[in-house]
Design a protein around this ligand. Sequence first.
Ligand SMILES: NC(=O)c1ccc[n+]([C@@H]2O[C@H](COP(=O)([O-])OP(=O)(O)OC[C@H]3O[C@@H](n4cnc5c(N)ncnc54)[C@H](O)[C@@H]3O)[C@@H](O)[C@H]2O)c1
Length: 439
Amino acid sequence: MNAKQAKLLDRFKKGDITVGVIGLGYVGLPLSLAFVDGGVPAIGFDIDDEKVKALANGESYLSTVKASLIKAAVKSKKFRATTDFSKLKDCDAVIVCVPTPLGEFREPDLKYIRITGEQIAKTLRTGQLVVLESTSYPGTTEDDLKNVLERSGLVCGMDFHLAFSPEREDPGNPDFTTSQIPKLVGGMDEYSSELALALYKHGFKRVIRVSHARVAEAAKLLENIYRAVNIALVNELKVVFEAMNIDIWEVIEAAATKPFGYQPFYPGPGLGGHCIPIDPFYLTWRARRYGMSTRFIELAGEINSAMPHHVVTRVQDALNQAGKSIKGAKILVLGVAYKAGVSDTRESPGVEIVDLLLGRGANVRYHDPLVKKLGAMRKYDLSLSNTPLDAKLLRSVDLVLMITNQPGTDLKLVAEHAPLILDTRNAFRDFPKAKVLKA
Ligand SMILES: NC(=O)c1ccc[n+]([C@@H]2O[C@H](COP(=O)([O-])OP(=O)(O)OC[C@H]3O[C@@H](n4cnc5c(N)ncnc54)[C@H](O)[C@@H]3O)[C@@H](O)[C@H]2O)c1
């Protein structure tokens, strides 16, 4: 390390820096606030003018981020949001938190990373640290982002510095705020790792350094593949035990009494959100380049993506037993967000199930205190809005389908008045008198 590098590292360690965060969504917004809380000023960048305006007014567009935190950060003058990317030059570190979806053929879609890289390259300067946080396959930082940044004429490791740090945000989880979740960092070289370590120590209680960016990228995928595979396992067992008239929920509770060697995962109506249904396939795609297949991932994907169809079959069976057909049946879906506590409906199995039920001629309404409307989405074009719960409505439907147990849902009211409940979450376990079937 030369004297200039030692001086820069010292500034990072002291927090005498400004951090830029590109992409102010579920990941980038709480991250910016974590830095502000840790004493480092943050500039947030987004292409969405509406979001930037809302933040300037101290408003939150995410149910998982309190407006009071944004207001306080704006008032302290340590946080501002902008669509003006020329301000990137004022940042010592630039963190990329843009989306990484799958394309039409389940291939990684890195266009947001590429576009962002091009934006950064325009103002990239000597000494800047760039960190990628968007989830992607191992090699993205090294092969994709580095190449785009080097089009600036600056060289990675000599002029600018580059690292990967996976985001482990769990939106809606009150037990782990951003700063409490241990942060992994892996640089393209020793010095980049040092800078990234020093940077994240200002926003996070624990920062762990790994040997290279590609290890950090792979660790993130392992975490999400582990979840996807284990959820698939219990989803498969759910269907098998169902046929044997055994309640999977009771089985899991029993198995979880073993104090070692077992971690409980729970079945559900399918995978949702921006991570677990998508990230594993980034690895699948990349593995093909090495002539490798990822059979566990493919199988887990197959089982999990069959779950919404399984739920619809169970709806059909439940109605059939009651002497009704799915066509024309009045069905009330509880919870359409992909998990409890969030308003996010991306990749939500609830949305797919609503679409499948509508396609079979059912008369579908939904209740979700966090999702006011279900409009046009990437794959679906629904036109539904949140229906308030009341006894009259519950008595008027043929079936209530529990998909996501949102906090604030009046389960007691549902249990008392719904003629028939199909429960994919074991949410009605405390209401033995209600007519509940599980799916
Ligand atoms: N949401 C999660 O729980 C979570 C958890 C871990 C990792 N991740 C990963 O983090 C990344 C971001 O996810 P997210 O959930 O925050 O997405 P998001 O859609 O909530 O937010 C992305 C933001 O980026 C903005 N954006 C898009 N293109 C841009 C561009 N060119 N320049 C500037 N801003 C741009 C969008 O307007 C949006 O505000 C993804 O790679 C995701 O896989 C997400």
